[in-house]
Ligand binder design. Structure first.
Ligand code: HEM
Length: 432
């Protein structure tokens, strides 16, 4: 579909065949991102990775993050930290005993992923002194709000939605927090205090500062990369996991099948380890079906074309904004048959569709040059949290709410999380 939104030619792709043409055949032409106002005000996004224009700076930053944080080996180093963080949550919930406490599961999951992410990036968890949780919520909200000035640029000075002021305030706060974190890491390096801990991403970025011979990272780039890693990692995994739980409490037979698989592979006398994850086949089906119905990034992350091109006889001028409509792909009866609205993980048994991409019917992590570099970390996080919580606990809806009554409304932004809280009652089920 070709539209003119304000001054911006916009293309929305809703078929797997055309998605393949854009993301694979003409990948290089659609490898840039639009300069959105939120990214400009909140972090100097053009210096980072997720919203940097296609070019050498983006390429170097992506290579740096992929090699220094997101390889299988580097992700493996932080397995102990993930185990510790999830263990704390399991102990907390287990501590409710037989009291049938109602838990806001989405909030617990968000806090857990936040802690895991901050510890990888700058060692400290969600420390109270920064109130990171609320700042990140605000960053995500503002990045996902449709800003009229992104489509009709001359309206920007009028700030008719009042967004500029909010974005500037949030941006100032984010910059201050990152400056404090970086200053403290520099101080630690000067005092050699950092030697007593594992290197986090800020330590590694500092070691690339003022590197005269090759790739060098300045402070603005450090802050833009931190911002990209936080926004990229937390909201995506959180949204996916919350939808998995919403679907499995709505479909107890699916929860039972997941638990049966875990009982047979892991056993009831221990918790799940990351090594168990590749053996869990039914889990893969549940993740795919959840993503099909509730794509985390329903329009992926917008792309921008860097030259004129003709696709399917449609002329797409340079500078067009291109969105892949993953929501429409997942709800198309021509692809998934008439039961498209039903949650049936088994529909994927006969389909050779990999969560990691290579199939344009289901694109959890996008495709091509701008595809998600955090895919491996995202999958481990999602799988570990889902399996650990499903293995350790039974989850029931509070009294008076029947599975069919569960509100499945979604909100819309960069990600598409649940509109309502997911309130559930856990009961411990392991023998240890
Ligand atoms: C399950 C979790 C995740 C999902 C579903 C997800 C999804 C996505 C999607 C759909 C895109 C856009 C791809 C495209 O335009 O083709 C993307 C890009 C990106 N993601 Fe993820 N992501 C996840 C986890 C992560 C993690 C853990 C990180 C980093 C720690 C991360 C960092 C990024 C970055 C930096 C980009 C922009 C890449 C670029 O423009 O070159 N993501 N992600």
């Amino acid at each position: 579909m070709f539209l003119k939104l304000g001054n911006i030619p916009t293309v929305i792709i809703s078929s797997p065949e055309t998605a393949e043409l854009v993301l694979k055949t003409h990948d290089a032409i659609f490898a840039s991102r639009p300069k959105l106002k939120a990214i400009h005000y909140i972090s100097d996004g053009t210096k980072g990775l997720a919203f940097a224009p296609y070019g050498p700076q983006w390429r170097n930053n992506r290579k740096f993050c992929s090699q220094e944080l997101l390889t299988a080996e580097k992700i493996g180093y932080s397995a102990g930290m993930r185990k510790e963080e999830i263990g704390v949550l399991v102990e907390e919930v287990k501590g409710f005993g037989d009291e049938l406490v109602v838990v806001d599961l989405g909030e617990k999951i968000g806090d857990l992923i936040g802690n895991m992410t901050y510890r990888m990036l700058f060692t400290e968890g969600n420390s109270e002194r920064f109130d990171l949780k609320n700042i990140v919520k605000e960053m995500v909200r503002l990045s996902g709000t449709i800003n009229v000035a992104d489509y009709v640029p001359f309206l920007e000075p009028f700030d008719i939605q009042g967004l500029n002021k909010q974005m500037k305030e949030t941006g100032k706060r984010v910059q201050e927090i990152f400056d404090t974190i970086i200053n403290e890491h520099e101080q630690d390096a000067r005092n050699y205090t950092h030697k007593s801990k594992n290197k986090d991403l800020v330590d590694i970025m500092l070691s690339y500062q003022d590197n005269l011979n090759s790739y060098s990272i300045d402070r603005a780039t450090m802050k833009a990369i931190l911002s990209d890693m936080i926004v990229g990692a937390i909201d995506t995994s959180h949204t996916w996991i919350e939808w998995v739980f919403a679907e499995i409490v709505k479909h107890p037979t699916v929860m039972n099948k997941l638990q049966d698989e875990l009982t047979s592979i892991v056993g009831l006398d221990r918790m799940v380890e990351e090594d168990d994850l590749p053996k869990l086949e039914y889990l893969e089906l549940v993740l795919k079906e959840t993503f099909r119905l509730h794509p985390v990034a329903p329009l992926l992350v917008p792309r921008e074309s860097i030259k004129d091109v003709v696709i399917n006889e449609c002329y797409i001028p340079k500078g067009s904004r291109v969105m892949i409509n993953c929501w429409a792909l997942g709800h198309d009866p021509k692809i998934w048959s008439d039961n498209v609205e039903e949650f049936i993980p088994e529909r994927f048994i006969a389909k050779n569709i990999d969560l990691r991409g290579h199939d344009f019917h289901l694109l959890p992590f996008g495709y091509g040059r701008r595809s998600c570099p955090g895919l491996n970390l995202g999958l481990i996080t999602v799988k570990l949290i889902v399996t650990q919580l499903v293995h350790c606990f039974n989850w029931d809806l509070p009294d008076g709410i029947l599975p069919d009554d569960l509100d499945m409304t979604e909100t819309f932004g960069l990600a598409a999380p649940r509109a309502q809280k997911l309130l559930v009652i856990p009961t411990y089920r392991l023998l240890c």
